[in-house]
Design a protein around this ligand. Sequence first.
Ligand SMILES: Nc1nc2c(c(=O)[nH]1)N[C@@H](CN(C=O)c1ccc(C(=O)N[C@@H](CCC(=O)O)C(=O)O)cc1)CN2
Length: 284
Amino acid sequence: MSHYYRLVVSCPDRVGIVARVSSFIAQQGGSITEASQHSDLETGCFFMRYEILADSVGMSAEALSAAFEPIASEFNMQWSLVDTQQRRRVVLMVSRESHCLVDLLYRWQAGELDCDIVGVISNHDDMRSLTEWYGIPYHHVPVDPDNKQASFAKVQAEIDSARADCVVLARYMQILPPELCARYAGRVINIHHSFLPSFAGAKPYHQAYQRGVKLIGATCHYVTEELDAGPIIEQDIHRVSHCHTPTDLVRFGRDVEKAVLARGLRWHLEDRVLVHGNKTVVFS
Ligand SMILES: Nc1nc2c(c(=O)[nH]1)N[C@@H](CN(C=O)c1ccc(C(=O)N[C@@H](CCC(=O)O)C(=O)O)cc1)CN2
């Protein structure tokens, strides 16, 4: 089965970046199978994502990285080059709502998500049997409202023990402390059940119902210390009307949340999401 090297670059924009990088890859005999780029004219930043057929290069990702380093330095690049054969290790976190967890586990088993789900952490024990049916370790870590620091120290220990590359909050309904947001910056993904920035915080569907909205939505975003304010990865909506109850909105919303989280996670795993301040460039 083919595998690829994924080169992701962000740097100050200038003429000649694409020519220099593509010429470098061609000099190594590399075949570029997918190429994306974006120039942010407001900030003067340039973003690039190349997928390169690994077998066409004839060297390891480490060797190719070493050969690329001088170019990266010349253009002041922030960059990564990964081998898609190195599967990412993902930990899922959940509370009592099961729909996103169920959906991600199904998609993972079906091969839609190129990763290893290496653990599920929850502040409740409800999802243990479902998780263990998939052969995935389940870690019940209750959150003590009177000693959240100790509770989240246990969460951190489980994430580190799992050697997680990515953590997905699949309707995990606890606010992560600043220490964890900093430790795993850019690697924690949340699904918020509203079309942010509308209705941040708790019970967004009930807020939306009271507001009389005609659209509800879901937002997949990176987790930051500020609640529901991290860089947005993906969003979608569903039309509603005066006929619908809050229960209807929650039901419609579940379908949107599942689809949005799955797309957001898949794009993150495929290195399609480049964070730029509090925004993202998504080469979907
Ligand atoms: N540091 C962050 N943590 C979390 C974020 C985030 O953006 N930054 N997103 C939330 C998810 N979320 C909405 O999508 C959310 C979760 C929890 C709460 C909340 O008020 N929780 C209470 C406890 C509620 C309970 O015990 O049932 C709390 O933590 O005190 C609001 C929004 C996930 N975490």
